[in-house]
Design a protein around this ligand. Structure first.
Ligand SMILES: [Zn+2]
Length: 205
């Protein structure tokens, strides 16, 4: 934790921050951020994957052994700040990694978790996605008491979200894996007819 500043020191810091450029502030944030420091190699990590934009490494407080965190190399605090292109790549990477973690560990399930803001349980203010391998009876729980509300209250919330969602435009984000979509549909039919869960680890040739 940061040391307590006297009011004079706090005022001086405020003044200093006002004079800094956005780039300088970004540099300061990176120095304070544990994930930026992991990306920079200043803090060691058990890396499982790395490319120009992302780093994946083992969580040091895992829900299960093999729990992986995937972070952006650039510092973004929360999901809505991500440029769409990067968000699209991010999700494909998480999908690919989750299939491989499932395979490698002989897992029986996978949770993908992504927390935004302290109220949502985000502990490090640098965007990260949890990939958690799951096993029957592993004792990991994500539970909540279902909230009750009048239908009118639910509809009011529905309408608020729908009004905001109207201007979403993701046409610019291209998806060209038609073959995979077709094969997934076949797999879905198998699932429906046999009642057996399709393997998320199935590789498309
Ligand atoms: Zn950071």
């Amino acid at each position: 934790m940061a040391e307590q500043l006297t009011p004079e020191q706090a005022a001086a810091l405020q003044e200093k921050l006002k004079q800094m450029s956005p780039e300088q502030i970004q540099e300061l944030v990176k120095k304070q951020c544990v994930f930026c420091r992991i990306v920079a190699g200043e803090i060691p990590s058990k890396k499982v994957y790395e490319d120009d934009n992302f780093l994946a490494f083992l969580d040091i407080n895992p829900a299960n052994i093999g729990h992986v965190l995937v972070v952006t190399k650039d510092h973004f605090s929360v999901l809505p700040q991500l440029p769409n292109e990067l968000a699209a790549k991010y999700f494909v990477l998480v999908k690919e990694l989750s299939a491989r973690i499932y395979d490698a560990l002989g897992a029986q399930g996978i949770n993908i978790l992504q927390n935004n803001g302290p109220a949502a349980g985000q502990e490090v203010p640098h965007i990260h996605i949890h990939i958690i391998p799951r096993f029957e009876e592993d004792g990991v729980r994500f539970t909540w008491e279902p909230k009750k509300a009048e239908e009118s209250e639910v509809d009011a919330v529905l309408n608020k979200i729908k009004a905001k969602a109207k201007d979403i435009d993701i046409k610019g984000v291209s998806v060209s894996k038609k073959k995979e979509v077709i094969e997934m549909t076949e797999e879905r039919e198998q699932f429906d007819s046999k009642g057996a869960a399709p393997s998320p680890a199935r590789r498309i040739p």
